[in-house]
Design a protein around this ligand. Structure first.
Ligand code: ADP
Ligand code: MG
Length: 642
């Protein structure tokens, strides 16, 4: 060890703080800094607070192949951090080397660095921590075979003594920042520091379900996550760490594109929070805070999340290690991708795909599966009369030949070519497929048990009430229809341009000069949007054609809102970016208005379209389009069965 004395600024000749005035008057010779000071400088980058130490020590335990990691803390980690593992241990003769700067067993060459697979590789952490705290290493390599017993190294004195323990390593760090009191002043309350320490372990736990973790504070067990095995290990761990509701409120992600694979879970929009405190992103097993990943995930929620709500997710990105540089930040919390576009797209698509499928069917299947034993007496009668085998459904377009659905469509007429925009997400859930299967095989959904049920009534001109096997479904008619129209417009826009329909009698309106100017400046964009707006007189515009799917809406209102948005943009690139916003505005104006009376058939048509439309669980503004009220909840309301 270079120095055994704690660093003391008063006796150190090169410390600038105490000699600033001298520095300005006379030049001092260039000297190499003492080892201890170099470590303390490094510690400034690596160790911000107790949680940073916890992170580094758990990193080391995992790199050593531990299957159980126990963290013990006193006073939020300021007085003591002890991390105990059952990993491969450190041989006696290497214990002192482990504390030196730039001493590591993990890489030996630049090639190793470029493909590094361990958490650590800089060989800095132990040296840095040792320079700002009292530290000891207790380690034993192999049970029985190798060393006959364990050895303990005192980081300050360098003294090595025989000790007792089974295979593995315990690192103890006491009185953090004792030598750098300025740093100690920045620490928050013990409770806050403890919370940060727990968060540090949680980040490891979420990516290593195969390892058990325990955290003790002041002698009390505060968190424990047992090792999980098997295919569901990851989900089990996510549920243990983030709460069991998470699984029901999130969707599995598994997506590959090129050399990038993205797995994990994406929270449904309903699970979003006011704070971004449950967003976990990993690259090759390492927790990272990375702008590319955060932005990609966020943009995947753009279309379904309300306002400033923060999505919940745990995403694990795997890329070829040579395509990501992990050596860009002292704490390795940031990475640099060689092709960040590739990663951005993969993450965005992974989450978008997961979120796109309507969730009513899955929710119902799960609920039915869960409720049959526990809730038999109150189950509503089977809705077998609903799906008549005689009705011949197109496998991919369940609404197409459904008389109920086409009644609904008739309200917003459109050519047949307009239809495929609604992608069926669960083709197996069409009535045709129920009819084709013998009843005993229909174990996921009973015949005719539509996920969103069959309509029974309309409430106050706003809500559709429907009945499914779980109970009551309430649908916000306008919100749901708005999403259906929006998704259709987006698909049409992607394919070419929006199907347009001329108005028999052009709708004229008194226009502002801005509106007139926008109509002239954006003729092509308007055309692509399915709108034809021409000057009628210097102060009057005429709407001559509107998108087919919006033909029943108020043409003037539609035209004015689109012109208002276009007036804000001039370059066509901006319009490209604002396209979804524009389409969303159009959908809002074209969607069925509150107080419009619907027949039962029209309502059923809307429900079936929702089941087949991507992202239909949220309206364009991120609000939910439907809610389930179960029979059990209704029973509770009426105190039944108590
Ligand atoms: P790095 O992790 O970057 O190699 P560290 O300073 O964190 O640097 O650790 C130095 C070395 O000490 C490691 O390379 C490893 O060989 C050894 N080491 C540290 N902690 C442990 C542990 N818990 N079990 C086994 N070896 C360890
Ligand atoms: Mg390390």
């Amino acid at each position: 060890m270079g120095s055994c004395q704690p660093f003391d600024p008063r006796i150190d000749p090169v410390t600038p703080a105490s000699t600033l005035s001298a520095a300005s008057s006379s030049r001092r010779p260039i000297r190499e800094l003492p080892d201890e000071l170099v470590s303390q400088i490094a510690a400034g980058e690596v160790v911000e607070r107790p949680a940073s130490v916890v992170r580094e020590l758990v990193d080391n335990a995992l790199d050593a192949g531990a299957t159980q990691v126990t963290v013990r803390l006193l006073a939020g980690g300021v007085r003591l951090i002890s991390v105990e593992d059952d990993g491969q241990g450190i041989p006696r003769e290497e214990l002192a080397i482990a504390l030196r700067r730039h001493a590591t067993s993990k890489i030996a060459s630049l090639q190793d660095l470029e493909a590094v697979g361990t958490m650590g590789f800089r060989g800095e952490a132990l040296a840095a921590i040792n320079s700002i705290a009292d530290m000891s290493l207790l380690s034993r390599t192999a049970d029985g075979a190798g060393d006959a017993h364990a050895w303990q190294l005192d980081g300050r004195s360098g003294e090595l003594t025989p000790a007792a323990r089974t295979r593995g390593t315990t690192v103890e760090v006491r009185e953090l920042f004792y030598a750098t009191p300025a740093r100690r002043k920045f620490l928050k309350t013990d409770a806050t520091e403890l919370a940060h320490c727990i968060e540090a372990v949680r980040r490891h736990a979420l990516v290593r379900p195969d390892v058990g973790f325990a955290i003790w504070h002041e002698g009390k067990l505060v968190e424990q996550w047992r090792a999980c095995a098997g295919e569901t290990a990851h989900e089990q761990r996510l549920a243990d760490v983030l709460g069991s509701e998470l699984l029901g409120q999130s969707i599995a992600v598994d997506y590959s594109a090129g050399s990038v694979r993205v797995t994990g879970r994406a929270g449904i929009p309903d699970a979003a929070r006011s704070r971004a405190d449950q967003q976990f992103a990993y690259v090759n097993g390492r927790y990272v805070r990375d702008k590319v990943l955060t932005h990609a995930a966020r943009s995947a929620y753009e279309d379904v999340l309300h306002g400033h709500r923060q999505p919940v997710y745990a995403l694990y990105v795997t890329v070829d290690p040579t395509r990501v540089d992990v050596n860009v930040h002292p704490t390795k919390i940031e990475v640099r991708f060689r092709d960040s576009r590739e990663v951005h797209q993969a993450v965005r698509h992974a989450v978008e795909n997961a979120l796109a499928a309507p969730r009513a069917a899955a929710a119902l299947a799960a609920a039915n599966g869960a409720s049959t034993e526990t809730f038999e007496p109150n189950r509503p009668p089977a809705l077998s009369s609903w799906a008549q085998p005689a009705i011949n459904f197109g496998a991919n377009q369940p609404w197409r030949q459904n008389p109920q659905v086409s009644d609904f469509e008739a309200m917003w007429p459109q050519p047949a070519s307009d239809l495929p925009s609604v992608a069926p997400v669960r083709p197996e859930a069409t009535p045709e497929s129920y009819a084709a299967r013998p009843p005993e095989m229909q174990n996921d959904l009973p015949p005719g048990d539509w996920p969103l049920g069959r309509a029974v009534a309309q409430l106050q001109g706003i809500y559709i009430l429907a009945e499914n096997s779980q109970g009551l479904v309430i649908v916000d008619m306008h919100a749901a229809h708005e999403r259906i129209v929006y998704e259709r417009l987006k698909t049409q826009m992607d394919n070419a341009s929006i199907a347009s329909q001329p108005l028999l009698i052009p709708a004229t309106f008194a226009a502002t000069p801005q509106e007139v100017a926008a109509s002239e400046a954006h003729v092509d964009t308007l055309k692509a949007l399915g709108l034809e707006i021409t000057p009628f007189s210097p102060r009057t515009l005429a709407v001559r054609a509107v998108p087919t799917s919006l033909a029943q809406g108020d043409a003037v209102e539609l035209a004015r809102s689109v012109l208002a948005e276009l007036a804000q943009h001039d370059a066509s690139t901006v319009i490209q970016r604002a396209q979804n916003e524009l389409l969303s505005t159009m959908a809002c104006h074209g969607a069925v208005r509150a107080n419009r009376k619907l027949t039962i058939d029209e309502m059923n048509g809307l429900l079936r379209q929702m089941e087949a439309t991507e992202r239909s669980d949220q309206c364009n503004h991120g609000r939910p389009t439907w809610r389930q009220v179960t029979i059990r909840e209704l029973d509770n309301l009426f105190l039944r069965g108590r």
